[in-house]
Design a protein around this ligand. Structure first.
Ligand code: BGC
Length: 773
């Protein structure tokens, strides 16, 4: 117990007296100042704070107001999910402030390795600490509801269970440094089109089971210091103004004790945000402050609400390194972190196809690299998920580092073409929106037939890279984005024709942040490696896998459908919306504007697929897919044997012996799906309920993997009675290598229905939508 003393004649000082005493000493203006960030100039939040001539950490997204007379310092908040985003250089300062670009969220989740992700978090959090930042605005864990969401690369999966587990690992890793995280964007921020004005219309069941579940897991398992509310409406109410979301669910039901902040400029009614329990408004505008003061003065907002939020902000500040006076070095160990990023990337890349092509045999020395992305390898997405890194290892550099000889003629051909195209499409450096705009990439080039023939004769193998990038404000498109362009199709076909004609192989490398169409062309090349956007060491990591220095063990955390329209959400997604960045950006000013006619999928989106997101849909409705959820090849094989189940301490415990039956050492991501009886309500055919990554198993070596499912995790949400229930009846535990490759099936029975938890009857639909049953 701490005892505080304070001489009544002195002004209470934060840290010396209780928080309540500090709050008592604050004027209304000071309280309101604390609840609102210092603003945002030039698309970074690095306004100088009071009493300073420069910002605390240039390029950080936001800063809180200091109140020196009460010993309240400013704290600094900065993005993001793939690493810290701050300015790499500063005026009148010769030092550089580069950060490590780690792999994007989707790749990290594809490792299925909790320990690995926690290690990445530790390294990321160390840069946060050593560059003087207090809270990292990450991890981001919205559900991949649709393959075209522009920010899927920042997120983890179409499945809430793995999203929550990976997010919890990331939070633990980052926060182990004594800095905070902000899990975002709470909740159901699943499209970028009109993201500040879109109303998500979904059943409480879909919200609870799919869109909130990952956040619930992360909150309960890892205690993030903060939660960032999302831009969108949920059933008619802005997330940041929703007392039901932020107080009834987040705080009452999940017992979240930290601070909630808005997404940047999110919501439109500051008093409603304060009342809902959205403590901090970021990046903060003077108008927000005026609105709050006016609401207090006219009695529509209570001082209790203000004091409650101020208290939570002060608790956050008390925990921060800046309050504790941490002397940051501005010199994190970038070398060590580069090694961490390289290793984690290697474990999250997914081998989709391999017909005796990989690992490359030792006699393969001369490599031809096709595809413009081979020369401009993409390390991550754009917008706030981007990182200012010191370098980016291209595929070419990675291959050279690994000892391969790259064909120079092809290099010259591509580089001349790319330079000329880039010159035509230069981004305007004076346009502040340019950081949010994906670079215009040159149209894919197809080398002439004689060149292809020559390459096929002179080199031992062809690598062909297909790249995609996306980011905030805009969703992806079907044509030339989800689908390959005509030139990309032709390039794959023609390179394969030329190489196969002389008995040589072609490997396609997908350098994408999300799902693309693969069904129409995957039969043509000999191998396909999904390299994702792997951070600044991407080229080295790909070379590690091609060479066999690393045996791939990543698996998909989302389904690759045959066609875009196959995804259950596609009919209710703005796939044909004509995007224009200026209009999208003006949504900052126009949000909340009353429109005469609401445009479907833009102003509102009906979540008609309900709980059937991703494999829950494809597997329940027996749809063919190109690559299923959980899929990924290895250079070795694993057998699954002797599965058993027992019930202990209110949890189902599954054991399974995994044996490396091949010739190369490797790891396996083992998945446990549960099929529920589905008598009292409709259920997905199966749901992921546990997973584990084996250790590095030598050929012939085996390991018993334990997969634990607490009884309450079997529950589904009964929307009629607002409760989580575990049905009675016959269940099966399906242990497999992917959602469509189940190796062991164990049945168990639950004699009686169990009501796990009664909940608030909140977030109910206000409009009628017709959901899939
Ligand atoms: C993004 C957030 C980000 C914030 C601050 C917003 O545009 O949606 O994810 O943390 O900006 O940069």
């Amino acid at each position: 117990m701490l005892f505080f003393s304070c001489n009544s004649s002195e002004t209470p000082q934060l840290g010396k007296v209780s928080i309540d005493k500090v709050i008592k000493a604050m004027t209304l203006e000071e309280k309101v100042q604390l609840m609102i960030g210092t603003g945002m100039a030039g698309f970074t939040g690095d306004n100088p704070v009071v009493g300073e001539t420069h910002s605390l950490v240039p390029g950080a997204a936001g800063t809180t107001h200091p109140i020196p007379r009460l010993n309240i310092p400013a704290i600094v908040l900065a993005d993001g999910p793939a690493g810290l985003r701050i300015n790499p250089t500063r005026n009148d300062d010769s030092q550089t402030y580069y950060c490590t670009a780690f792999p994007v969220g989707t790749l990290l989740a594809s490792t299925w390795n909790i320990e690995m992700v926690e290690n990445v978090g530790k390294a990321m959090g160390n840069e946060v600490l050593e560059y003087g930042v207090d809270v990292l605005l990450a991890p981001a864990l919205n559900i991949h509801r649709n393959p075209l969401c522009g920010r899927n690369f920042e997120y983890y999966s179409e499945d809430p269970f793995i999203s929550g587990k990976i997010a919890a690992a990331m939070v633990r890793g980052v926060q182990s440094n004594g800095v905070g995280t902000s899990i975002k964007h709470f909740a159901a921020n699943n499209q970028e089109t009109n993201r500040m004005g879109n109303d998500v219309r979904a059943t409480p069941r879909a919200l609870r089971e799919i869109y909130l579940k990952g956040f619930e897991i992360a909150v309960k398992e890892a205690n993030p210091w903060t939660v960032m509310s999302s831009y969108n409406f949920i059933n008619g109410i802005y997330a940041s103004e929703s007392n039901e979301l932020l107080t009834n669910i987040l705080r009452d039901e999940w017992e979240f004790k930290g601070t909630v902040m808005t997404d940047w400029f999110g919501g439109k009614n500051p008093p409603a945000q304060v009342h809902a329990g959205n403590d901090l408004l970021m990046p903060g505008t003077p108008q927000q402050g005026e609105a709050i003061i006016a609401a207090v003065n006219n009695g529509s907002l209570s001082m209790e609400d203000i004091d409650r939020n101020v208290k939570r902000i002060l608790e956050l500040i008390l925990a921060s390194p800046r309050f504790k006076g941490y002397q940051f070095s501005n010199q994190p160990d970038l070398k060590a972190h580069a090694e961490t990023t390289r290793q984690s990337a290697a474990e999250g890349m997914v081998l989709l196809k391999n017909e005796n092509a990989l690992p490359l045999p030792a006699q393969i020395q001369k490599v031809a690299t096709f595809g413009i992305t081979s020369y401009d390898f993409i390390s991550g997405g754009t917008g706030s998920g981007d990182v200012n890194k010191a370098y980016n290892v291209s595929l070419r550099e990675g291959l050279i580092n690994a000892g391969y000889l790259i064909n120079n003629e092809l290099i010259n051909l591509y580089e001349n073409y790319i330079n000329a195209e880039n010159e035509k499409n230069k981004p305007d450096p004076n346009n502040p929106l340019s950081m949010f705009m994906p670079k215009i990439r040159p149209v894919e080039m197809i080398p002439a037939a004689p060149v292809l023939k020559k390459m096929a004769n002179e080199t031992d193998i062809a690598l062909l890279t297909i790249g995609r990038t996306s980011g905030e404000f805009m969703d992806r498109k079907i044509s030339d984005d989800f689908d390959l362009s005509d030139n990309e199709h032709k390039l794959i076909q023609e390179v394969c024709n030329a190489y196969h004609a002389v008995g040589k192989k072609v490997i396609v490398i997908l350098n994408t942040g999300g799902v693309i169409e693969t069904a129409s062309w995957k039969d043509i090349p000999d191998a396909i490696l999904l390299a994702w956007q792997a951070g600044q060491e991407g080229g080295n990591t790909v070379a590690d896998i091609l060479k066999g220095a690393v045996n791939p063990s990543g698996k998909l955390t989302m389904t690759f459908p045959l066609y875009y329209m196959d995804a259950a959400s596609s009919a209710n997604f703005p796939y044909d919306y004509q995007f224009d960045i200026q209009t999208a950006f003006s949504s900052f000013e126009n949000q909340g504007e009353v429109k005469k006619e609401l445009v479907r999928n833009v102003d509102y989106t009906n979540y008609e697929e309900d709980i059937y997101v991703g494999y829950r849909y494809f597997d329940s409705f027996n749809m063919d897919v190109s690559y299923p959820f959980g899929y990924g090849l290895s250079y070795t094989q694993f057998s699954y044997e002797n599965a058993s189940v027992s019930f202990k301490n209110n949890a189902w415990i599954f054991d399974c012996l995994i044996k490396n039956t091949g010739n190369i050492a490797g790891k396996e991501a083992v998945q446990l799906y549960i099929a529920a009886p589905g008598q009292s309500m409709n259920k997905a055919a199966k749901e992921l309920k546990a997973f584990a990554k084996t250790k590095f198993l030598q050929p012939g070596e085996s390991q018993t993997v334990q997969l634990i499912v607490p009884q309450e995790d079997l529950a589904s949400f009964d929307g009629k009675n607002s409760q989580w229930i575990v049905e009675s009846g016959d269940y099966s535990g399906q242990i497999g290598s992917s959602s469509r490759d189940i190796r062991q099936n164990i049945r168990f029975n639950l004699p009686k229905e169990v009501v796990v938890k009664k909940t608030h009857n909140v977030l109910t639909l206000k409009e009628t939508i017709s959901i899939i049953q």
